[in-house]
Design a protein around this ligand. Structure first.
Ligand code: 5GP
Ligand code: MN
Length: 343
């Protein structure tokens, strides 16, 4: 296992936790498996330590993460502002996980930042910004949950975590690595898994809970998008898929049904970049951009340059404030400007 804290940081984190009574744990907008699993693992652990803990996320998360132990108690800020604001205002410690910049909390940001209580960041995105008193940032790690796993090990806690805590950590790592098919070549990732298996997790069931829970609508959506909507640029080894809100309605798509579609074009031989554009369901005039790549193609650079976003080298996202037609044009322009890396 890897040491992630200096001795000074270790005594600071222990001190911050010892002194806290009411802890609020936050993650990024559109929480993914790593965000939900990491926040819940921390919640269960700190609750066991006698803290009053609430997980608060900016907006709803997909149905396929609802099975996670404690998911039903997560507080969603958007549309429940009056319930969540007092909880955030009363926190005496924040743990912010799976994000590197307070702006990634979107609508929740102002309310969290208005409370001067200490904040600890536990994250694996590049270039953390300076809004937390203690920053535990490990971009070399596959998931924020992996950082948590090493953290618990270093604090001497990993051998005592419950099955639920281990399940949340495993599920989070599994989600951020496509079930350990990318970004997971470090041997220590499997050392983490070994520790988690020793805590009694059923990794096969966790896999089924996350990946084999499609609705019929999701299955048909996959067919529709791949057959009708996928545009391939074979010379550039790139692919674009688009989804409008009108199509969502037509196909009966629910929140989370689009998850993972962006990865599919990368199964085509030689494909290097996949772009998925979808109209935001919560904000008019916003198109969400998801990028996935293989090998060295830097999605995060492309996202920062063209799509007001960022992320990891092989998995990034961003937003465009325009119509779908204009967004498609912008994507074509971005792909052309990166042609030298795609050909
Ligand atoms: P997804 O395509 O699943 O929405 O996002 C993939 C990854 O890209 C996320 O894990 C996150 O690191 C990053 N990402 C997504 N949207 C944004 C965004 O709007 N801004 C930034 N900086 N990163 C994003
Ligand atoms: Mn993550």
């Amino acid at each position: 296992m890897e040491k992630i804290l200096t001795e000074e940081e270790q005594s600071r984190i222990s001190g911050l936790i010892d002194n806290a009574r009411k802890v609020v744990i936050c993650a990024h907008v559109s929480p993914d498996g790593d965000a939900v699993g990491s926040t819940l693992a921390l919640k269960h652990w700190l609750t066991r330590k006698g803290k009053q803990v609430t997980v608060v996320v900016p907006n709803i998360f997909p149905d396929f993460l609802q099975w996670m132990p404690g998911a039903k108690d997560i507080k969603v800020y958007l549309k429940h502002e009056e319930t969540v604001e007092p909880i955030v205002a009363e926190a005496d410690l924040f743990i912010i996980t799976d994000l590197n910049d307070s702006a990634r909390m979107q609508e929740l940001e102002a309310c969290v930042m208005a409370n001067p209580a200490p904040k600890i960041m536990i994250d694996h995105h590049l270039n953390p910004t300076d809004f937390c008193q203690l920053v535990i940032s490990r971009p070399d790690m596959c998931a924020s949950a992996e950082v948590i796993c090493h953290l618990l090990y270093q604090l001497g806690e990993l051998e005592q975590i419950t099955r639920d805590e281990a399940t949340c950590i495993y599920a989070a790592m599994m989600c951020d690595t496509g079930a350990f098919t990318f970004n997971s070549n470090r041997a220590v990732v499997f050392e983490c898994i070994s520790h988690l298996l020793n805590r009694g997790i059923d990794k096969d069931k966790i896999y089924r809970n996350v990946f084999w829970t499609y609705s019929i609508a999701r299955m048909r959506l996959t067919g529709y998008l791949l057959y009708v909507k996928m545009e391939n640029l074979p010379e550039l080894h790139a692919s674009i898929i688009t989804l409008t809100n009108q199509e969502r309605k037509m196909l009966g798509i629910k929140n989370g049904d689009t998850e993972g579609i962006v990865n599919m074009p990368l199964q085509i031989s030689g494909m290097r970049l996949s772009v998925f554009l979808s109209e935001d369901t919560e904000h008019d005039g916003v198109v969400k951009v998801s990028l996935r790549s293989v090998d060295d193609f830097p999605c995060n650079d492309m996202s920062a340059q063209f799509f007001n976003g960022g992320g990891h080298k092989n998995a990034s996202g961003g937003k465009l404030y325009c119509s779908m037609e204009e967004a498609i044009e912008k994507v074509r322009e971005a792909i052309k400007s990166y042609a030298h890396l795609l050909k």
